[in-house]
Design a protein around this ligand. Structure first.
Ligand SMILES: NC(=O)C1=CN([C@@H]2O[C@H](COP(=O)(O)OP(=O)(O)OC[C@H]3O[C@@H](n4cnc5c(N)ncnc54)[C@H](O)[C@@H]3O)[C@@H](O)[C@H]2O)C=CC1
Ligand SMILES: CC(=O)C(=O)O
Ligand SMILES: [K+]
Ligand SMILES: [Mn+2]
Length: 351
């Protein structure tokens, strides 16, 4: 029996509702598999924790997490109580950075049983590789003066190492999928970093002559995600572009509540972290109607990461069958609760 030790951080808002749902599903999946079991250690690090301790996690929080094989996280943020740049940078982005989770992979695909806002959604199945350690999300800059003369400067940082790393990861994935990679650029407007991004993309492509590529400006690309998502296989994007594109990817599936994500540590020195695309949804927290699918599909990505590809695929097929049969939460057109969707997924998984 293989024991998988996972650190769990439900975080804020609906993270506290969808994470327990996904853990139940993971336990059911482990039973179905027969050869694995999970040990979940839960940490209450969140905006509640911040109000009591003045920080989002204890000083030795990262050391604690380092002993686990993966981190399973819900969402961070409760903007009515703690400013987002304090809560996200104190927990979520801190873990991503310190654990060198330099890549964020976020799939989007046509999901049976969901009514996509696209009129006739073709059978799209794409995956965004988001650079997760630098780019537009960089702590370089500052604020100066007050009042009318106030200035804020925010620098975007693109290193050859970080850029190339994300691109190689994306080319490798494209090779394992349908052999096509799109690069999200904006070299017509952003004069230093994006021409550099394009150059690195061309350089790396030389090592992957079998992969077909396209470079598309982010504005047009955003529109194409809506008008013709079926043409995309793998898309590689900088930190901010990837963040925005993957909310669009979620929207064209039918809703942000189902979109999964994985923050990948490539060098094996630290655990990877699995957390869905959506945030803490304070507007629906406590109502019992949060869609658990994003978190459960994220659990499937964690199973893939552990090497249980078949079990992961089975879980996703089960989730899709439940959606297809109309057992859905309100955000995607149904009337079921978080509990009802979770129970039905577990029941079918056990069959
Ligand atoms: N990775 C993370 O932990 C992220 C955290 N956040 C944080 O979350 C808080 C809220 O941010 P928002 O911009 O409102 O984004 P959000 O993703 O929390 O919510 C956007 C909209 O989608 C809906 N929604 C999201 N997940 C859902 C689910 N599972 N089921 C049903 N409906 C769902 C919400 O009700 C809301 O109307 C902020 O503090 C923000 O910083 C936002 C995005 C990512
Ligand atoms: C913070 C955020 O929106 C994200 O990482 O997706
Ligand atoms: K999240
Ligand atoms: Mn986001």
């Amino acid at each position: 029996m293989k024991l998988l030790e996972v650190a769990v951080i439900p975080g804020d808002g609906i993270g506290k509702e969808v994470v327990p749902a996904a853990l139940e599903v993971l336990n059911a999946a482990a039973d179905v598999h027969g050869g694995i079991s999970f040990r979940f250690d839960s940490f209450p690090w969140s905006c509640d924790y911040y109000e009591q301790h003045g920080k989002m996690m204890p000083e030795d929080g990262l050391q604690t997490l380092q002993n686990f094989e993966a981190v399973f996280l819900g969402a961070v943020g409760d903007p009515a109580r703690v400013p987002d740049h304090v809560s996200l940078w104190g927990l979520l982005i801190k873990i991503r950075r310190e654990f060198q989770q330099v890549i964020n992979i976020r799939p989007a695909k046509y999901f049976r049983g969901l009514s996509s806002p696209l009129l006739r959604p073709n059978d799209f199945d794409l995956l965004v590789v988001r650079e997760n350690s630098e780019g537009e999300y960089s702590e370089i800059g500052g604020r100066l003066h007050k009042g009318d003369d106030e200035i804020a400067i925010q620098n975007a940082v693109f290193t050859r190492k970080g850029t190339e790393r994300a691109m190689r990861y994306a080319f490798d994935l494209a090779r394992k999928r349908r052999g096509h990679l799109t690069s999200a650029t904006k070299s017509n407007g952003i004069v230093y970093s994006m021409p550099f991004w394009d150059e690195v993309f061309k350089d790396v492509h030389k090592d992957y002559p079998d992969v077909q590529t396209t470079s598309t400006h982010i504005d047009a690309l955003a529109a194409f995600f809506v008008t013709k998502p079926q043409v995309f296989d793998v898309v590689v994007a900088s930190n901010l572009f990837g963040d925005i594109l993957t909310d669009i990817g979620a929207a064209i599936m039918g809703g942000i509540g189902i979109a999964p994500a994985a923050n990948i540590n490539l060098n094996g020195k630290y655990p990877s972290m699995f957390e869905p695309v959506h945030g803490s949804a304070p507007d629906i927290y406590g109502l019992g109607i949060a869609n658990p699918i994003g978190q459960i599909w994220t659990a499937k990505m964690m199973l893939d990461h552990f090497g249980y590809l078949e079990l992961g695929q089975h879980l996703l097929d089960v989730v899709e069958s439940v959606t297809y049969d109309g057992i859905k939460t309100k955000d995607i057109g149904g009337s079921a609760t978080t509990r009802e969707v979770t129970s039905e997924i577990i029941r079918r998984l056990q069959k």
